[in-house]
Design a protein around this ligand. Structure first.
Ligand code: ZN
Length: 140
């Protein structure tokens, strides 16, 4: 079952520059920023209701996000929906002929399991699925 939109991820040249719109003009708070060394990206988190906007700034030009920025410029990167059972969600998508980038879920350091769907199967949008760890199991 789909629970909510967890986050919308937007690629930016510079988080500091992008905050001129998202924080200062639009008025969203920035709750935290973190550097993801594996993905070579810095992320700013701006909550909107039960969801978040994530601003992604590549820390290396030849990273995945860095190449995306060079090729397509700043803009929408992916939408992430939270599900309660990612295995069931992936099985349902596969049954509907959807092309999955990750056929089995990958796991983040905090225990969140995730998988991506190819944009060609999702109206041209990169879609991420999240299953959060049960409360109490998360490391943070
Ligand atoms: Zn994401």
């Amino acid at each position: 079952m789909i629970k909510r939109i967890d986050h919308l991820a937007i690629v930016v040249e510079s988080i500091e520059g992008a905050l001129g719109f998202w924080r200062d003009a639009l008025g969203l708070p920035v709750t935290r920023t973190e550097t993801n060394a594996r993905e070579q990206v810095e992320i700013a988190f701006l909550p909107v209701g039960e969801s978040e906007i994530e601003l992604l700034e590549p820390t290396e030009a030849d990273s995945g996000i860095g190449r995306h920025l060079a090729k397509r410029g700043a803009g929408m990167h992916h939408v992430c929906v939270e599900v309660d059972d990612i295995e069931a969600a992936l099985a349902r998508l596969t049954a509907h002929g959807v092309a999955l980038i990750n056929e089995t879920p990958r796991v983040r350091d905090d225990g969140t399991r995730y998988a991506f769907v190819y944009p060609r199967s999702a109206s041209g949008v990169l879609v991420e699925l999240y299953e959060k760890p049960e409360a109490g199991q998360a490391s943070i």
